[in-house]
Design a protein around this ligand. Structure first.
Ligand SMILES: Cc1cc2nc3c(=O)[nH]c(=O)nc-3n(C[C@H](O)[C@H](O)[C@H](O)COP(=O)(O)OP(=O)(O)OC[C@H]3O[C@@H](n4cnc5c(N)ncnc54)[C@H](O)[C@@H]3O)c2cc1C
Length: 404
């Protein structure tokens, strides 16, 4: 049986950060990463549309679920420390206008290559193609799959989101074998399906919209990009409503609606004034052009159709003031009924996981099983789009690494 001081289960963002920090701080440690896929870090390549938005410079603990728990990891490893961690391995980064940090090469592969080189340079063993299915606590350590013995163990297997990239939820079963529980799990940051036929808008994007998720009351508001798909809505603003929608539909058993404000930066009065101005300056134009100065044309057409005010031959000058007011109202409150989400297979993140009350926030060590640590998405911590989830994976990984 092969013997190690520390075995990290799961070789992606969190797992690699654990191993690197532990080995840097204590070069004598004999560390192994055990990864079920043929190579480490597959998910990193898919992040940030292939560019890897690796952290967000303005992220704070309050941006996360279970923020008090997250605060301890952020105290030691805030975003600038994560940027510094990559700089220390030779990877330079830049921030966009919203604080999202990307590699200067704009390629996720640079992030993964940097981590892989560091593992190699530090002499960390990596075993791939080995799904861990069993961990037994014995002889003052842990026996893994009956093949490897390690004094300490770190579960960094991610959640259930995007299982084609390795994170199939098997880590939860491993944690349960060692006495842990798992909270209810929801797919998060995933496209939504809607009841209405949105096919005519498929592929159309609207920037800077505001979405309000409602049942009999307002549940959550988001702002950002909205993208129509053939069965619903995607884009950051829609995806950020996913976990709350799952809870509403699956647990509260209530209907869920989203109201889209396509022009949140204009008040109702300003939008009406604008439409009256459009009527004055281009009244001779077809109805298709009514909203085209502020929105993609296809959305303007659907707004008119929703009020049965669309006729192709109609001219803008033919709209009455009352109709323009109704159209402005529709543009600021375009309601869609949400029927569900596209599920874990299309989700970027899992909401839920190992309850934070079962983990020491200062060390990431289990409160239930000594010598067991957790890092990354397997813990019940998640956040919006924008580099926040990788920031958590790296910060919690660096903290766990420091403490093994
Ligand atoms: C398409 C997509 C885009 C994203 N873009 C961004 C972004 O730009 N910025 C951002 O902050 N976040 C992004 N995320 C979220 C982010 O990638 C995750 O939150 C982060 O990767 C979690 O890191 P982790 O190491 O905890 O888990 P994971 O990255 O899921 O890694 C877990 C690893 O464990 C392995 N594993 C699982 N079970 C076992 C087992 N039983 N035995 C051995 N190995 C196992 C898996 O194969 C995998 O390699 C994105 C996610 C997706 C799916």
């Amino acid at each position: 049986m092969r013997k190690y001081d520390a075995a990290v289960i799961g070789g992606c963002a969190a797992g690699m950060a654990v191993a690197i920090n532990a080995k840097r701080l204590n070069p004598k440690l004999n560390i192994v990463i055990i990864e079920k896929l043929p190579r480490v870090g597959k998910k990193i390549l898919a992040t940030g549309n292939g560019r890897c938005n690796l952290t967000n410079i303005s992220a704070t603990a309050s941006d996360y679920k279970n923020s008090a728990f997250v605060a301890e990891a952020f105290e030691k490893y805030p975003p600038e420390k994560v940027v510094g961690f990559f700089e220390s391995m030779g990877l330079l980064t830049y921030a966009d206008s919203e604080g999202r940090i990307y590699p200067r090469s704009n390629m996720a592969a640079s992030v993964l290559d940097t981590l892989r080189c560091e593992l190699e340079g530090l002499g960390i063993d990596v075993i791939c193609d080995m799904p861990v299915t069993q961990i037994k606590k014995q002889n003052g350590g842990f026996e893994i799959n009956g093949e490897i013995f390690s004094r300490k163990i770190i579960i960094a297997t991610g959640g259930k989101a995007s299982p084609s990239q390795g994170s199939d939820g098997s880590g939860y079963a491993l944690a349960k074998q060692l006495g842990h529980t798992v909270t209810k799990l929801y797919p998060s940051l995933v496209p939504l399906t809607v009841k209405e036929n949105v096919k005519p808008l498929k592929g159309v994007r609207a920037r800077n919209v505001e979405l309000t998720l409602k049942s009999d009351r307002v549940i959550r508001k988001t702002k950002g990009e909205l993208l129509f798909t053939d069965s619903g809505i995607s884009g950051i603003a829609a995806m950020e409503l996913a976990s709350a929608t799952e809870e509403l539909l699956g647990v509260v058993k209530s209907r869920a609606f989203t109201s889209v404000d396509f022009v949140p930066d204009m008040s109702m009065a300003e939008l009406v004034d604008y439409l009256l101005k459009v009527k004055n300056i281009k009244g001779y134009c077809s109805v298709d052009m009514l909203f085209s100065g502020v929105l993609p044309k296809a959305i303007g057409i659907e707004i008119c159709k929703a009020l049965s005010l669309y006729k192709q031959e109609k001219r803008i000058s033919q709209f009455s003031k009352r109709e323009l007011v109704a159209l402005a109202e529709k543009a600021k409150n375009y309601e869609l009924e949400i029927t569900g989400t596209k599920g874990f297979s299309n989700a970027q993140v899992t909401s839920g996981g190992i309850p934070v009350k079962e983990i020491e926030p200062q060390t990431m060590e289990s409160k239930i099983c000594k010598g067991l640590f957790f890092a990354g998405e397997i813990i019940d911590v998640d956040a919006p789009c924008g580099g926040y989830n990788l920031q958590w994976a790296f910060a919690s990984g660096l903290l766990a690494g420091e403490n093994i």
